[in-house]
Write a protein that binds this ligand. Structure first.
Ligand SMILES: *[C@@H]1O[C@H](CO)[C@@H](O)[C@H](O)[C@H]1NC(C)=O
Ligand SMILES: *[C@@H]1O[C@H](CO)[C@@H](O)[C@H](O)[C@H]1NC(C)=O
Ligand SMILES: *[C@@H]1O[C@H](CO)[C@@H](O)[C@H](O)[C@H]1NC(C)=O
Ligand SMILES: *[C@@H]1O[C@H](CO)[C@@H](O)[C@H](O)[C@H]1NC(C)=O
Ligand SMILES: *[C@@H]1O[C@H](CO)[C@@H](O)[C@H](O)[C@H]1NC(C)=O
Ligand SMILES: *[C@@H]1O[C@H](CO)[C@@H](O)[C@H](O)[C@H]1NC(C)=O
Ligand SMILES: *[C@@H]1O[C@H](CO)[C@@H](O)[C@H](O)[C@H]1NC(C)=O
Length: 922
């Protein structure tokens, strides 16, 4: 029981560490919440006198905004009212938006507080009762939006709004269009009554607008009108625009409405998304006397248009029939539309059970028509008379249409357009497979021919474009790599400015790699698109003579080989002919090299795009002529270094640089200049600089933004560099000296000694010192070295200098020990001729050396001179002779080299060693 209790306690008393964790987690969650909230607006934003307090869940109007604001947006909050006092601080307001709140009432003193108010938006609130007094003082109001409320009007609430131009009371379940009992709103221009529930327009409904001469637009969209009392539109006869979109109407109602419109200035009539499925020949009869110029009948599901339906609309200029399901157009359909300039029938004829039919001469009545849009229509066929009579037509758009007649275009297919002064022929995506010679020959005035997105599979011989002498643009992109070119392809279109062949050329065929080039006749060409063709072969002469070429698109081809220095015959400089290029795009070509001179002379180039290639080491001078460059794209290459030798010129005037996703080498040598340039440039926009320009090497910077590169680390380099140069020079000098000394040192020393002895005399031993001794030196050597001694040392003897040589000068009979002791004493110096044999000679080792050392200690160290015939280790020396090199002055240690040329130097040194005074220097 006790145990259980303890356990219980342990479980429920928060463990100190646990509670700490809880606190941490709570804190993190709060922080998270805080973060999410902080991305949203926490308080009103004020800019240029406009306060934006929307979406802040406010229940009242903030009182702490600048007092001089002119516009206040309080939309999407939780206001339930607009107490005028809460607006007291902002008496200068011109615009007040309280839409999307729960305001139930407009206070009559609101406009007293805000006497200058021009715009009041109360859309989407709960305003119910609206009395005369409520807006009594709002005389400055120009726009009033009361849409989506629950308005119930008492008296004439708008009577005082003498300056109001725009009034929106849509979506209010208003029982009628009558907004007042007496004439008012003298300035009204636009009235929206849309989405209200009334079904009748009574004769006096609009009488309140009797004195509103400027009223132009009436929006009655989605009002379920059924009944129109005669004369209901009389008070607003100045009406110019009527919008009836989304109404459930039939042709009978429309014809009644049109009769009512007869007496108005109606100009624009919009009837979209209604249920008007059939047009009768009388539907628009009422409009005969009007000057209607614009009629929109789109999205009506209209299947039938009776012959003569439009005969009343002789002033109509624009007719929109888009998105209907018209089955049949006859030569009477458009009868009477003699002013029509634009006929828009996008998706107006679509394939249902049967393919729609356009009869011959259907368009003949449209003698003024300038633009005929048949986009995305389906028609059984185009005959020799389909378009006959369109004597003013400038543009015909049959794009994305499915007309079987267009599969193979012959000189008959479009002949019905021969009488039209056509400028633009849009045959985009019409499934063309072949164009026969002379197909367009009658389009003498054609300037733009659009053939994109087709399946044209043929060699363009040039005859296809016969007669198109005025054509300036031929667009043929996306022809699925089926088009082939030859030298004569464009001989008939000498005025061509724009030619697009992207994704169209069959690259297995010869195509652009011909001589003369297919583009040779096109001296006016300014824009050439050859992208996405996988072109691998281009001749150097391809662009010859294209002096006007400004834009050249070559991206997504296979041009890498042409620019390789290893290309047989050298790199192909195909840009030579196009010296006035302004835009060059060569992205995605597998380029790993830009040969010297490839971009030479392109001084007008302002945009160069080379992204998605394999460029790495760029030659110093390749961009040197690109002084006008504004846009440079080099993203996704293998560029590691951005050096001034390559980039200083092209980057000097840049507006946009795109160079991200390269494996930058973040070392001082590779990137310092670039990073400094990026930091200092303020005219060049470099998108994604901080997160897409990453270092790849060295490891320390791997995956860091190049902007993190520490330029200061390079600045410190300068003194280091100096130091480096200095120290390395010193080392070199030292090394040279060492070598010189090691190999020629004896010679230097020799000449030095000569110099010294010439000036100072041989010996520094003074006269009295020399008088104490009988011999200048006692020579200790072994039997083996006797010959050497005789040859090298004995010849030095003269009247001033004599040696004691045991084998020569020992007086026979004298005890050897005594003789040694005496003669060593009588010699000023003791010379050891050291060789392995001396060290091994027991006699020498023993007594002689001992005696000599004794002498050394007794007199002075300097009386010993060692002459090494062989290189003997110091250790061995000290073991056998009790002497070390270090005990002696260096001039007393001589080494014998058996070079003939060094004998003199050796003698010199020996004499110096012997000439030394025995005294230790003080
Ligand atoms: C409003 O007043 C502030 C100072 O209170 C001033 O900085 C600002 O320019 C004024 N704004 C307008 C639109 O007058
Ligand atoms: C139609 O226009 C003509 C001339 O432009 C004009 O005289 C006539 O009054 C206009 N008719 C209507 C109903 O506005
Ligand atoms: C309308 O069509 C009917 C036959 O469909 C014809 O009798 C009538 O004359 C036409 N009315 C007009 C004004 O064209
Ligand atoms: C030609 O048709 C295409 C596709 O509908 C359209 O995008 C383009 O704007 C048209 N061009 C012209 C010049 O009308
Ligand atoms: C074609 O253009 C020329 C001049 O540009 C003009 O004289 C001629 O009338 C035009 N042809 C047509 C059929 O409009
Ligand atoms: C390209 O042309 C060759 C013959 O030159 C032909 O065999 C090939 O089918 C063509 N390719 C395409 C996609 O039409
Ligand atoms: C960038 O420039 C600013 C001022 O021009 C300078 O303070 C800063 O150190 C520079 N940063 C780098 C990385 O060069």
């Amino acid at each position: 029981m006790q145990r259980q209790h303890l356990l219980f306690e342990g479980m429920f008393t928060p463990h100190p560490r646990l509670s700490l964790w809880l606190i941490v987690i709570c804190y993190c969650l709060m922080g998270l919440h805080h973060d999410v909230a902080s991305q949203k607006k926490m308080s009103c934003r004020v800019t240029d006198g406009r306060a934006d307090c929307s979406h802040l869940s406010l229940r009242t109007i903030p009182q702490n905004l600048p007092r001089n604001i002119t516009s206040l947006d309080m939309s999407h909050n939780r206001l339930v009212g607009l107490p005028p006092a809460s607006l007291n601080p902002y008496t200068g307001l011109l615009h007040l938006d309280v839409s999307y709140n729960s305001v139930t009432k407009l206070d009559e003193h609101l406009c007293q507080t805000l006497p200058l108010l021009q715009t009041l938006n109360v859309r989407h609130n709960e305003v119910h009762l609206l009395k005369m007094e409520d807006l009594r003082l709002c005389t400055s109001l120009i726009q009033l939006n009361l849409a989506s409320n629950r308005l119930k009007m008492k008296g004439d609430p708008f009577a005082a709004l003498k300056n109001l131009k725009f009034l929106d009371v849509s979506t209010n379940q208003l029982p009628s269009a009558k907004l007042g009992t007496q004439p008012q709103l003298p300035s009204l221009v636009d009235l929206s009554l849309a989405f209200n529930g009334f079904t009748t327009l009574r004769k006096d409904d609009f009488s309140f607008l009797n004195h509103s001469p400027f009223l132009q637009t009436l929006n009655l969209s989605s009002v379920p009108l059924k009944t129109l009392e005669p004369g209901c539109l009389e008070p607003i006869s100045g009406l110019r625009t009527l919008i009836l979109d989304g109404s459930k109407t039939d042709s009978l109602f429309i014809s009644k409405l049109c009769s009512e419109l007869a007496g108005t200035s109606i100009d624009v009539f919009s009837l979209r998304r209604t249920t008007l499925v059939t047009l009768k020949n009388t539907t628009f009869a009422g409009l005969q006397k009007t000057n209607l110029t614009f009629l929109d009948l789109s999205q009506n599901g209209m299947g039938t248009i009776e012959d003569g339906s439009f005969q009343w609309l002789s002033k109509l200029q624009t007719l929109i029939l888009s998105e209907n399901t018209i089955k049949h157009l006859t030569k009477y359909t458009f009868q009477g539309l003699k002013s029509l300039k634009q006929l828009k029938m996008t998706k107006a004829l679509v394939k249902g059970h049967a393919t729609p039919v356009i009869d011959d001469f259907t368009f003949q009545p449209l003698s003024s028509l300038e633009s005929l849009i048949l986009q995305r229509t389906a028609v059984r066929e185009i005959t020799e008379h389909t378009f006959t009579g369109l004597t003013s037509l400038k543009e015909i758009d049959m794009s994305w249409a499915s007309y079987s007649s267009l599969r193979i275009i012959t000189d008959k297919t479009l002949v019905s357009l021969a009488g039209s002064p056509l400028r633009v022929l849009n045959l985009t995506a019409t499934a063309i497979a072949k164009i026969n010679p002379g197909s367009f020959s009658f389009f003498k005035n054609l300037t733009i021919l659009l053939l994109d997105f087709n399946f044209i599979q043929q060699t363009l011989s040039g005859k296809e474009f016969e007669g198109l002498s005025q054509v300036q643009e031929i667009h043929m992109t996306y022809n699925h790599w089926k088009v082939r070119l030859c030298s004569t392809s464009f001989v008939n279109v000498p005025n061509l400015r724009v030619l697009t062949l992207g994704k169209s050329l069959n690259n297995t065929a010869v195509n652009v790699d011909v001589d003369p080039s297919p583009f040779k006749p096109l001296s006016h060409l300014t824009f050439l698109d050859l992208s996405n063709n996988n072109i691998a072969n281009i001749r150097e002469s391809m662009l010859d003579g294209l002096v006007n070429l400004k834009v050249l698109k070559l991206q997504h081809n296979n041009l890498a080989r042409l620019w390789k220095s290893a290309n047989p015959g050298g790199p192909v400089m195909f840009l030579k002919g196009a010296q006035n290029l302004m835009t060059l795009q060569m992205d995605s070509n597998g380029l790993d090299e830009i040969p010297e001179g490839a971009l030479r002379g392109l001084i007008n180039l302002s945009e160069l795009s080379l992204s998605n290639n394999l460029l790495n080491n760029l030659r110093d001078s390749i961009f040197e002529d690109l002084k006008s460059l504004r846009v440079l794209r080099l993203q996704k290459n293998l560029i590691t270094a951005v050096k001034p030798e390559v980039f200083q010129t092209p980057m000097s005037n840049l507006s946009i640089l795109v160079m991200d996703k390269n494996p930058f080498d973040c070392t001082c040598e590779s990137i310092l200049w670039f990073v400094t340039w990026l930091n200092s440039t303020n005219r060049t926009f470099v998108p994604d600089l901080t997160d897409q320009y990453m270092c790849n090497t060295p490891l320390a910077y791997y995956n860091h933004s190049i902007t993190m590169f520490d330029t200061l680390s390079c600045k410190d380099m300068t003194p280091f560099q100096a130091l480096y140069i200095l120290s390395s020079t010193a080392v070199m000098v030292l090394m040279a000296t060492a070598f010189l000394v090691r190999f020629q040192g004896w010679r230097i020393q020799f000449y030095w000694n000569i110099l010294v002895s010439r000036t100072l005399g041989f010996s520094d031993a003074n006269a009295e010192e020399s008088r104490e001794f009988e011999y200048d030196a006692y020579i200790i050597h072994t039997e083996e070295d006797k010959r050497w001694v005789d040859r090298m040392i004995v010849p030095l003897e003269n009247e001033k200098c004599s040696f004691y040589l045991e084998h020569r000068d020992a007086i026979p009979g004298t005890p050897q020990l005594n003789s040694i002791v005496d003669n060593i004493r009588r010699s000023r110096k003791i010379v050891f001729v050291i060789s392995e044999s001396l060290l091994n000679d027991p006699w020498c080792q023993g007594f002689t050396a001992h005696q000599a050392l004794h002498q050394v200690i007794e007199a002075s160290r300097d009386s010993v001179v060692l002459v090494f015939l062989q290189d003997v280790h110091d250790y061995k020396l000290s073991r056998s002779l009790f002497i070390r090199r270090g005990m002696l002055r260096s001039c007393c240690i001589l080494e014998w080299h058996c070079h003939k040329e060094r004998i003199a130097a050796f003698h010199q040194r020996l004499l110096i060693a012997l000439g030394m005074t025995n005294r230790l220097r003080e």
